[in-house]
Design a protein around this ligand. Structure first.
Ligand code: GLA
Length: 728
């Protein structure tokens, strides 16, 4: 990786092994984008600067009041930019809108720059981690051409990964300014030949794969209900479309490290160029800054690869090695039994103890008591906000002791951001809720309201309540749920004058609570959840290194959800359990759950002997292969969205072993079928567990494993390949 500045050409170059990013500083100090894509050694401004229209090559000079010709190959609405201007001669969506005394134009110009080892760490916002040994940063200070407002913009590269991270900070030196729009990343591409891949969905149907050819106009994907959401995910991929020629990028992954309202815009203009923006949703956003105040934007990332698998692997490495907290592997690697689908809220101490004892026989190492242990909660009508034990229902001390006595860890469910109107907390502090109850009826969802986490007093209250339990009991794991979106946006703490700050301050409040708890209880592993996978994003992953992928536990539906989720998020982050759902046998359920964090979501007392045997086989597979599955390179071989099969393969980094999950949907006859693998070393010999044959890697890759056979509906295969020294 390298970051350089050519003093002669005024060009910045940011390169990794396979990626190059170039931009220049024009005579007037504008950052002009030149190139992003496959590694190239150098680029010349001249190569891409001819705009072809003579009449567009002049401007009216403000000092001399006369028409002048651009003398630096920069043309306001045609040149590619690092930061889109606002309110000037450019129709493309802007990067910033910042108002001072009614003037909302923005035009940032270069002031100075520095290149240093390491990367910026954001205070109060989640971010990728990097240090002097593995990362390099270019930081550029810019100033608006008229206003006394600065922008600190940085680009970071990380060793071994083809990515560029972008950070920005607005620094206000005016008496007051109002930030109305602040994109974390703008990328201009000199073509419209792309497909946009996004991940829309719904509850229990998260992250479908949506592929649209981009064309004139704008595609806008967003969330405005306070969390990233089931409906959309703040991760998009631009794929080079078939008819593209030339040396343009092939796959570009774009996301940002944030869990609140977001917007992704992909727009194509009349010149058939594409502008991509990602950032905090500018709808319901307005942030007033006083003199010397700063606004730090969430960190954005650009990942590049010439293949889809390469893109996935780059993203996974970046998340695994530089985002998530891997200090809890001991707990993460345990097989988890969650009580939710076993008994919902219908439990008592005796039942739970029976679960724990039975779970032991199924190789469980972590028992999680889900919803229903606090306040007076036996259904979802009450008690969110009252985080004290329902002593009449459960003896928590006994439960925790029983787990530890059985050498099992103990975990518990919380939904810290929520409140039921029927709760002691609401009766005492009705002002803690989100919404203006003095003027409007408020929407309820699952009978609950949301706590106003933009108010630090509310965050303190929940922190203190949680600490009073966590200080007393030895808790190893917390499932952090979030079962409704935020609407009726209003905070009595911020008031209407600051309503534009609400969503951002609220998510910062959530991050602050997570950070404080993680600091005080460094041994607790947090798993995120939001009615399943409704807040699966890089922001949450920074605090909760695994997230419950979906409430849909039918393994067939799950196949789809896990397949698409794993295109962008690593398997080690994806909560996946075997449930009692009757659609397939337990082996298929087990195989699907293996390609995730693995656990159980059923009543261990209610499975029959056959099912028990299958669960034990799966658990043994997990114990044998989880390190490979969670840490290797993932390849997506067959998509269930396009074929009758789902097939994924994980190859260890040293290429000594691999594991393949093959499942089918509807019954198939013995049609000719060769399963070609990827990622193996061409010349290593591997024995495969399907037919016990020993073959060289290139044969598995080019000829494949012969799967010409009958498959019943929803049946699955797990094939393990291991390097061997000779053919016997
Ligand atoms: C959400 C979660 C479930 C479970 C319930 C409890 O729906 O996704 O796994 O924890 O809440 O109320």
């Amino acid at each position: 990786m390298k970051i350089e500045f050519s003093k002669e050409k005024h060009i910045f170059s940011i390169t990794t092994e396979n990626l190059a990013y170039y931009f220049s500083i024009t005579n007037k100090g504008i950052l002009k984008h030149l190139y992003f894509g496959e590694y190239i050694e150098s680029i010349d401004d001249e190569l891409i600067s001819d705009i072809g229209f003579d009449w567009a090559k002049t401007y009216f000079d403000k000092n001399e009041l006369k028409e002048k010709e651009y003398d630096d190959n920069f043309y306001h609405d045609r040149s590619f930019l690092e930061i889109g201007t606002h309110g000037l001669k450019d129709n493309r969506p802007s990067s910033f809108e910042i108002e001072v005394n009614g003037n909302n134009k923005v035009d940032f110009r270069y002031v100075n720059h520095r290149i240093y080892k390491g990367k910026p760490m954001l205070n109060g916002l989640p971010h990728f981690k990097g240090d002097e040994k593995d990362s390099l940063t270019l930081e550029i200070t810019l100033k608006d051409v008229v206003k006394n407002i600065y922008l600190e913009l940085s680009y970071t590269v990380i060793e071994g990964i083809d990515c560029v991270l972008r950070n920005s900070k607005i620094i206000n030196k005016e008496k007051e300014c109002k930030v109305e729009r602040a994109m974390s990343l703008t990328l201009d591409l000199p073509s419209d030949q792309y497909n946009l891949i996004s991940f829309p969905g719904d509850w229990s149907n998260e992250r479908n794969i949506n592929k649209d050819k981009i064309s004139f106009g704008m595609k806008r994907i967003s969330s405005k209900f306070g969390r990233s959401g089931h409906e959309q995910n703040p991760f998009m991929i631009l794929e080079k479309s078939e008819d593209l020629i030339g040396f343009l990028p092939s796959y570009i992954g774009i996301s940002f490290v944030y869990s609140g309202n977001f917007v992704e815009e992909v727009s194509v203009d009349k010149n058939k160029t594409t502008r991509v923006n990602i950032g905090i949703n500018d709808e319901d956003f307005s942030f007033t800054l006083k003199e010397n105040e700063e606004f730090v934007l969430p960190e954005a990332l650009l990942v590049y690869s010439s293949s889809f698998d390469g893109l996935t692997q780059n993203i996974h490495d970046l998340i695994r090695d530089h985002l998530i907290d891997r200090n809890h592997l001991d707990t993460q690697d345990k097989i988890l039994l969650n009580s939710w689908e076993a008994c919902y809220m219908d439990f008592d101490t005796e039942k739970v103890i029976k679960y724990i004892n039975e779970a032991k026989k199924l190789n469980v190492g972590l028992f999680v008591l889900d919803d229903g242990w606090f306040g007076t909660r036996n259904n979802d009508l009450c008690s969110l906000g009252d985080w004290y034990i329902n002593e009449g229902k459960i003896n928590l001390r006994k439960v925790v002791d029983e787990c530890h006595k059985n050498n099992m860890k103990f975990g518990i469910w919380y939904e810290p951001e929520m409140i039921n109107p029927d709760s002691d907390l609401f009766r005492k502090h009705p002002e803690f809720i989100v919404g203006d109850i003095s003027k409007y009826d408020l929407g309820l969802s699952r009978h609950q309201l949301v706590l106003d986490f933009s108010n630090p007093v509310v965050v303190d209250n929940i922190f203190n309540q949680m600490c009073s339990l966590l200080d007393k009991y030895d808790v190893d794991y917390i499932k952090w749920d979030h079962n409704r979106c935020l609407y009726d946006a209003y905070s009595s703490y911020l008031g209407y004058e600051n309503i534009g700050k609400f969503f951002h301050e609220n998510i910062k409040g959530v991050y602050s609570l997570l950070a404080r708890l993680k600091e005080r209880y460094p041994n607790i592993l947090f798993e995120g959840c939001a009615s399943g996978g409704g807040r699966f994003d890089l922001g949450m992953l920074y605090y909760t290194p695994q997230i419950w992928t979906s409430d849909e536990t039918d393994p067939v539906q799950r196949m789809f959800i896990q397949y698409s989720t794993s295109l962008i998020y690593p398997l080690c982050t994806m909560g996946s359990h075997i449930s009692k759902n009757p659609i397939t046998n337990y082996l298929t359920k087990g195989n699907v759950a293996l390609f995730g964090t693995f656990g159980y979501e059923f009543d261990p007392l209610k499975i029959n002997e056959e099912e028990r045997k299958e669960v034990i086989i799966s658990s043994e597979n997990y114990l044998k292969h989880h390190k490979l599955i969670k840490n290797g390179d993932l390849y997506h071989l067959y998509s269930p969205f396009d074929t009758n099969f789902m097939c994924m393969e994980v190859v260890s980094k040293d290429k000594k072993e691999a594991i393949v999950l093959f499942t089918n949907l509807i019954k198939v006859r013995n049609t000719y079928r060769m399963l070609k693998l990827k990622g193996l070393d061409d010349n290593k010999l591997y024995r495969n567990s399907y037919n016990n044959k020993v073959l060289k890697g290139y044969l598995y890759k080019n000829v494949g494993i012969n799967l010409t056979r009958w498959f019943d509906e929803f049946s699955s295969l797990l094939i393990y390949l291991e390097e061997v020294n000779d053919e016997n």
